[in-house]
Design a protein around this ligand. Structure first.
Ligand SMILES: Cc1cc2nc3c(=O)[nH]c(=O)nc-3n(C[C@H](O)[C@H](O)[C@H](O)COP(=O)(O)O)c2cc1C
Ligand SMILES: [Mn+2]
Length: 451
């Protein structure tokens, strides 16, 4: 199977031509690309993949909004939209290790030394107040400096010079941990960023789990075959052979640089911080490479991260409460779970599982299986009618969460809470829900009364 972005785009063009829109009119990468994508979604209710052919100041066309539809993400995993959770869970359970190959299309153009110039890339500024151009679709590949564990993640990069960016490493996450090990040895951390990949690779990169779980093998399982990797020109780091572009780099020890403000998935433009520094050593790319952008904080970003998060949270709750029915991440830092509660206390166990399984999770709401977690009105109803706050809210203080939550007193240092909105002592013994007698409901034919 082909594991490159181009073959995937051909599939989309064949299956649903209106899902792929080429914009040939020139656009300014400062704000215009994000404006067009966001306006198409809001005003025209369209969320196609966009290919901007002519982008001011660069020879690279820009591809964005790739992940903004559940149908497209399902197509990337070769399943129906309603089977995405199950398919992703299977990939986590049965990972396929990657395979190293001698070379690949990403090596068609090699730029090293003085030929490295990040200003040749599209200088995309997304939202008002952003401190500058950002790369939002860069997937990091790195190895534990003290072992053989590999890690992948998305990390936003702010362009700081011809061969320099800053990087946002969420404290407590895996790349941050690798970096801390390297920094304690006073060594740079070799890293490479893939830009422009098959969306199965994007989904795999976002797998949440133990630091020992290899995202590259989850990518392989989602692709249905081993991910093909090639060695970097300037380090031992292994990168996808079929990526549109790879940026080879290292994260420098002991250096920090101002980064942000930057508009993020939280819905806020969070202020400037001192962050780690990336020195770029080489850029390699396919001939005629597309530069991929993620329209940050819009559907392109939100849908992509939700599926891997929900799969991990489902897995975590199921390890504790086998009768879990559904898990939904409806927005930043939030998770809804429904369970068929067989014993008192299982809702609390599920709350603990969610808060223990994902750094970002801050609010968990537990409901019975008769409530649809994908229906916000039902969720509000259950909280209002099955929950006594003094009895049913659990607050965990002084824990670690996202450093992009503006409500924390100190970046990432946060309280967390769980709301048990299941009926107590049990759904079976709870005040019954109103309903029209079933035999009447069956019998009534509306046409007899409203001809
Ligand atoms: C488009 C996009 C951008 C992201 N940017 C960052 C980022 O700048 N820094 C970060 O720590 N996580 C970022 N994330 C989230 C991480 O990629 C995600 O939490 C990942 O699972 C972390 O990997 P790890 O679990 O191996 O540590 C981003 C996710 C997406 C989808
Ligand atoms: Mn990881």
């Amino acid at each position: 199977m082909a594991q490159d972005l181009r073959t995937y785009l051909d599939l989309i063009k064949r299956r649903k031509p209106e899902d792929f829109r080429i914009v040939s009119k020139e656009v300014d990468p400062a704000h215009e690309i994000t404006a067009i994508v966001a306006k198409a979604e809001r005003e025209a209710r369209q969320r196609p993949v966009f290919l901007f052919e002519k982008v001011k100041g660069t020879r690279f066309p820009v591809l964005t909004n790739l992940h903004a539809s559940r149908g497209r993400l399902a197509a990337a995993m070769g399943c129906a939209p309603e089977d995405m959770l199950r398919t992703y869970l299977r990939a986590m359970e049965r990972p396929i290790p990657p395979r190293v190959v001698p070379t690949g299309p990403v090596k068609e153009v090699l730029l090293t030394g003085d030929r490295v110039n990040l200003y040749d890339l599209p200088q995309i500024v997304h939202h008002q107040g952003d401190a500058g151009p950002y790369l939002t679709a860069a997937i990091s590949f790195a190895r534990d400096p003290s072992g053989e564990t590999w890690n992948c993640a998305y990390n936003r990069l702010m362009v700081k010079g011809r061969d320099m960016t800053s990087i946002h490493l969420t404290a407590g996450k895996h790349l941050w941990e690798f970096y801390r090990i390297a920094e304690s040895l006073e060594k740079p951390l070799p890293v490479a960023f893939a830009v422009g990949v098959h969306p199965a690779i994007a989904l795999g990169a976002l797998a949440i789990g133990s630091i020992d779980e290899d995202e590259r093998a989850i990518m392989g399982a989602l692709l249905g075959e081993p991910l093909e990797l090639v060695r970097c020109e300037t380090s031992e780091v292994l990168v996808p052979a079929h990526a549109e572009m790879v940026i080879e780099a290292e994260i420098l020890p002991a250096e920090r640089i101002p980064e942000g403000p930057f508009g993020e998935f939280t819905g806020y433009s969070l202020g400037q911080r001192q962050r780690e520094v990336v020195k770029v050593k080489a850029v390699t790319h396919r001939r005629g490479a597309m530069f991929q952008d993620i329209t940050v904080a819009h559907l392109d970003h939100m849908l992509l991260s939700t599926i891997p998060m929900e799969a991990n949270l489902y897995r975590a709750v199921r390890a504790m409460v086998p009768s879990v029915k559904a898990v939904r991440v409806p927005g930043p830092f939030t998770c809804y779970v429904s369970i068929e509660q067989r014993l008192p206390g299982q809702a609390k166990n599920a709350i603990l599982s969610v808060l223990g399984a994902d750094l970002y999770m801050k609010r968990v709401v537990l409901v019975d299986h008769d409530v649809d977690v994908f229906d916000d009105r039902q969720m509000t109803w259950a909280i209002a009618t099955r929950c006594q706050p003094d009895r049913d809210i659990t607050i965990i203080t002084a824990a670690r969460g996202s450093d992009l939550d503006p409500s924390t007193r100190e970046d990432g240092y946060t309280a967390k809470w769980g709301v048990d909105a299941t009926a107590k002592p049990s759904l079976a013994t709870y005040t019954p829900r109103h309903c029209v007698p079933p035999e009447v409901w069956q019998r009534i034919n509306l046409k007899d009364y409203l001809p």
